[in-house]
Design a protein around this ligand. Structure first.
Ligand code: ASP
Length: 584
């Protein structure tokens, strides 16, 4: 037997017990006549002691051979510690070792395997298996597991069936590039890895499964932004004979259950906001509503005063930063430079201060009288001591810029508290999005999303105005889930492909299987998918999804531990009947 106990469980209650423990050597304190070792496993740390007075000389010698991360097995007696460590559960005892066996030696690890490590990110990724031994990483994986269990239990209790769908498939249009896999048995042909199981879950509804879910890997070949992974996990769900309201109820319930588990609190029904309102009020379709700082549009109050920049702007819009009137010139300049960075792209920022003493000053005093400024302050509903920041420009751009500024200030002012949760639904998304570059419509969610019944006729007259039966669940400024009611009528689906610029032949080649299925009694259906990695990170008060993935990829999509992607052997290419002829 390698162990009778784990390293996280022994306390004073176990005094004088004979135990066998196994684990890794975390630290060694060698005083010559006494040696202390912290022995670690997944469950915790137990202190071992070797003592000249009480241990044999041979055992002392053996203990001196140990190094960090050696895997050892010890036998010994549980004794009370002289100097106790209240920070760990086993901190009142130690093991007086009577027998030591080295199960495996270790080279000196490339970084210290402790909560605070000296290892940088790249190094820890390269040796991820060592990183996983550290509590901060290990605990996140355990947290993820717990959340997955809760989700499975909740959905099973609600009558959902977990069904696996294939990984080698044909393209699913979710707006990203596909990863492709060459087929040896069908030379020159390729599978695509699923961007999501979208069409399969719809086919499961045609198949009568009624309620489906799957915790499933999805693959999207996108340029990686800071916190995206080319392969990620979804809680993917679909239901038949439902309307939008039914779906939102089930998944609001699931989210409340998870939130209750974490916070101990019962959450009220989640607020709902239309896409149009979210854009108008926060410049963002995934607003962080843990804090206010709503947008105020100022066109009426600012135009016609000879301030050319505002006169020429499509939109003048600002936010009120409460209590920030005391910002110095330097601080405001710094913020101005922040919004002028190319990533944000504003060409300037106007400020209005409602000073604590009641006077109003601004960077545009030349153009606006005290009376004008007062009206602006009133529009913001500002109080003495507040600072108003105003941007202007073309509507869409300026909303995005101001949204970025709002989030930045939210961060700087500590308004985005990790242990506070503010969920909401964003609904009534536009069905289509016009793409200037290609000169055609894209599906805002995906091509299987149903327009609102009352907007059907707009498909003929003004498709860009049609709204979709689509909804996103937003938590703390992140989209954590999104879905829609689907088209289940063959004609409507065919019309949709039309609108999206597919020829009949293309639609048939790519989605013939789905259109075919719709000929055989497809039930009304809809669903959604949660981004599981992100959901878990946010629930754990974090936003970095990489930390919650055992073996993540870096920002260039590489796994630096196994060194992938990598070339394949000539023979392997041969089997696939492929020859490389790289463009660059
Ligand atoms: N397949 C969609 C996605 O991955 C979710 C859904 O519509 O259910 O975003």
């Amino acid at each position: 037997m390698f162990r009778t106990r784990t390293n996280g469980e022994l306390t004073l209650k176990n005094l004088n017990e004979e135990v066998t423990l196994s684990g890794w050597v975390q630290t060694i304190r060698d005083k010559g006549f006494m040696i202390w070792i912290d022995l670690r496993d997944r469950y915790g740390i137990t202190q071992l002691v070797f003592d000249q007075e009480r241990s044999t000389a041979a055992l002392m010698e053996e203990a001196k051979e140990l190094g960090r991360e050696f895997v050892i097995q010890v036998q010994g007696n549980v004794i009370e510690r002289a100097s106790k460590n209240p920070k760990i559960p086993t901190g009142e005892i130690e093991i007086l070792v009577s027998d030591l066996k080295i199960l495996n030696a270790s080279e000196l690890p490339p970084f210290t395997i402790e909560d605070d490590t000296d290892g940088g990110e790249e190094l820890r990724m390269k040796y991820r298996y060592l990183d996983i031994r550290r509590n901060p990483v290990k605990d996140k994986l355990i947290f993820r597991h717990k959340m997955a269990q809760k989700v499975r239990n909740y959905l099973s209790d609600e009558g959902f069936i977990e069904v696996e769908t294939p990984v080698l498939i044909k393209s699913t249009p979710e707006g990203a590039r596909d990863f492709v896999v060459p087929s040896r048995m069908n030379p020159g042909q390729f599978y695509a890895l699923p961007q999501s199981p979208q069409t399969f879950k719809q086919l499961l509804m045609v198949g009568g499964m009624d309620k489906y879910f799957q915790i499933v890997k999805c693959f999207r070949d996108e340029d990686l932004r800071a916190d995206r992974q080319p392969e990620f996990t979804q809680i993917d769900c679909e239901m038949a004979f439902v309307e939008q309201e039914d779906i939102m109820n089930v998944f609001e319930g699931m989210t409340k259950t998870l939130l209750k588990d974490i916070t101990g609190k019962d959450f009220q029904d989640f607020p709902r906001m239309t896409f149009a309102d979210a854009m108008k009020t926060y410049g963002n379709d995934k607003p962080d509503i843990r804090f206010g700082m709503e947008f105020h549009e100022l066109n009426d109050l600012t135009k016609g005063k000879d301030f050319k920049i505002f006169d020429d702007a499509e939109l003048v819009v600002g936010i009120n930063v409460e209590g920030a009137a005391e910002y110095t010139r330097k601080q405001i300049d710094e913020l101005t430079n922040w919004v002028k960075r190319p990533q944000i792209g504003a060409f300037g920022m106007v400020w209005v201060k409602y000073q604590a003493d009641g006077t109003i000053t601004s960077s545009v005093n030349k153009f606006y009288s005290e009376e004008d400024l007062k009206k602006i302050v009133e529009e913001f509903g500002a109080k003495a001591g507040d600072l108003m920041l105003i941007l202007s420009g073309s509507e869409n751009k300026v909303r995005t810029q101001l949204s970025a500024l709002r989030m930045e200030l939210g961060n700087r002012l500590g308004l985005r508290k990790a242990d506070e949760f503010a969920p909401l639904w964003v609904i009534d998304f536009p069905l289509l999005e016009w793409d200037e570059e290609t000169g055609r419509y894209h599906a805002m969610h995906h091509p299987f999303t149903s327009p609102k019944t009352e907007d059907f006729s707009l498909l003929e007259t003004d498709p860009g105005k049609a709204r979709a039966n689509a909804y996103d669940l937003v938590l703390n400024g992140n989209e954590i889930g999104g879905g829609s009611i689907r088209i289940f009528d063959k004609e409507l689906q065919s019309k949709m492909f039309d609108l999206l610029g597919f020829t009949k032949e293309e639609a048939e080649a790519q989605f013939g299987f789905l259109m075919n299925a719709f000929k055989y009694g497809a039930p009304p259906h809809g669903g959604l998918a949660f981004g599981f990695d992100r959901l878990v990170a946010i629930l754990d008060g974090n936003e970095v999804i990489r930390d919650y993935i055992a073996f993540p990829k870096n920002n260039s999509g590489r796994d630096v531990m196994i060194d992938a992607p990598a070339p394949i052997a000539e023979a392997q290419l041969g089997e696939l009947e492929l020859k490389l002829d790289l463009k660059n």
